[in-house]
Design a protein around this ligand. Sequence first.
Ligand SMILES: [Zn+2]
Ligand SMILES: [Zn+2]
Length: 324
Amino acid sequence: MLITVAFSLSAGIAMNFKPPTSAESLRAIGSTKGLSEIFKKALEPGENFEPVPVPEQGDWLAVHPETGQSFDEFVGRKPNRPDKSRNKIYLQPLGKFPKYKIPLIRRLQEYASAYFGMQVQVLEHIDLSKQTLTTRINPYIQNRQILTSDVLALLKKKLPPDAFCILAVTMEDLYPQASWNFVFGQASLRERAGVYSFARYDPDFYGQKRGKDYEKILLRRSCKVLAHEISHMFGLEHCIYFKCVLNGSNHLKESDSRPMHLCPVCLHKLQYSIGFDVVDRYVMLLQFYKKAGFDDEAQWTTERLKWILGAEKAKAIIEQKSEQ
Ligand SMILES: [Zn+2]
Ligand SMILES: [Zn+2]
């Protein structure tokens, strides 16, 4: 996303972010009238969600004092929703992915399909040597970078007729225009296309030593940005209510401190668009987190299932699914 800085028009002083009260956050979840008892429970915060942290200097909300998007505001904006003809998420690898022990692109496909409860297809990678995408050598760190607008134009041409959206993912570095140093990603929501780079999620990029867990860290960061960015494609704006994967982020430390899960406001929005079963979704995510070794998210998801179903029933469902 392109970054802008908001100033108060009257005084010319940067506005401060005003954290919502807990009543405002509850209201933002929207009415649960007419929903199933299970889904109603899944939209009660209970003890599993913390309020959004007070931003420190340099954090996203200190620089961008957003006012939030409630469930009702989201619905009122009539966002794109998957339908009979456009119902698949496409991942388009841009260039080759280096041979990690963890097959990153396949794991991202698995994750997105559990996260959104939709079919996710990986396309044949784009061979950069055969493409006429504009590239440059970054003047500061001398690495190759690809111009995002060229990628978006290419994706627009390639958009499959049944695509809800197409996301190019790459280990190459990106830039949005000559005056910028770099960008993590950029999307055109109207054209249903986006491009995201994971290059800067690898310590090697900064010339730092890769720790023994670096592949797990890379996978975790990439999963998180994928969930965040694809959610934007569904019309979800940044979340200011709870700690949530949809919180904005201005730097790596802030992204790393974001959880992988959706808060009740954002879960309500995504379920409204896609219509998945919330329990099935949590069970699939739990299996993914266990396999990936994301112990904290596995623990959180187990606790959340217990909150929704009660301890006995949650245990039975988790055991039943892990035997399948
Ligand atoms: Zn965002
Ligand atoms: Zn949220």
